[in-house]
Design a protein around this ligand. Sequence first.
Ligand code: CP
Ligand code: NVA
Length: 312
Amino acid sequence: MLHLVSMKEWPPQLIEEVLDLADAVKREPARFATAMAGQTLLMIFEKPSLRTRVSFETGVTQMGGHAIYYDMSTSPLGAGKENIADTARVISRYVNIVMARLFKHEVIVELARHATIPVINALTDHAHPTQILADLQTIREKKGRLKGVKVAYCGDGRNNVTHSLLIGCSKLGLDIRVACPDGTDYSPAPDVIRSALGFAKKAGSQVLVTHDATEAARDADVVYTDSWMSYHVAHEKLEERVRVFTPYQVTAALMALAAPDAIFMNCLPALRGFEQTAEVMDGPQSVVFDEAENRLHAHKAILLRLLGDLKK
Ligand code: CP
Ligand code: NVA
């Protein structure tokens, strides 16, 4: 059973296959208008969402299927009345595929272990693979290639998006440089760095973690940032995090160090004046809304590939 729990388990050819499918779905959506006829996606949410929720639900509708939004706080699972294994077994009897946005990564791993339907990680504290698939689609669209593209990520390193970017880029041969503050609260998890270094060795690309934003941004083709206050971060941390992350803010001066045709990306939601200035976010190099659009196409491709695998 093929799941999308993290990109670590996906071979590079499978990622490329899904990116090609995402391009096809984007080019000719009508070809896929009945691809999910009679099929149901369950969407379990423990955290907020705009893009992930709306794009998955719309994607399923556009392919003739049905999506159920399920708020975890109103579930027996959320109320502590039922465990994840039993939840997995029950939903496997009703729906064809499930996606979940959760706090703990271990919970999605557990869900996949007990489900007999494909499981999609729609974000955990540790990983955000659906985002990075859409981002790779966007980078390939804008740059015409993936291999050798230099990606600079500036900001929170101990972050689901950063982790998945490290894995996705290193697998497909993009150079990835992460600029983040020192310390375990702010730097990528050591096991993710180790995995990325291993994948990069195979793909012939580079992985760098630095505490200097200018080192990451110099000559980069893509400058990427994400929220300093991820959904799982307590509001009390705001002041401290603004202080530690401000040296990593993406400004026009930082963008000027990147390649002249560099693009600016942010998975969104974004706060102008925090992880990037308004000038960068709304400037000519910003592709953040094209990036957000590609969530729709990439999610359709993920659903098709995971459901298609079952038919084989
Ligand atoms: N980028 C992203 O996952 O956005 P949402 O939190 O709005 O789903
Ligand atoms: N790192 C962010 C991504 C939001 C899509 C978070 O977890 O909130």
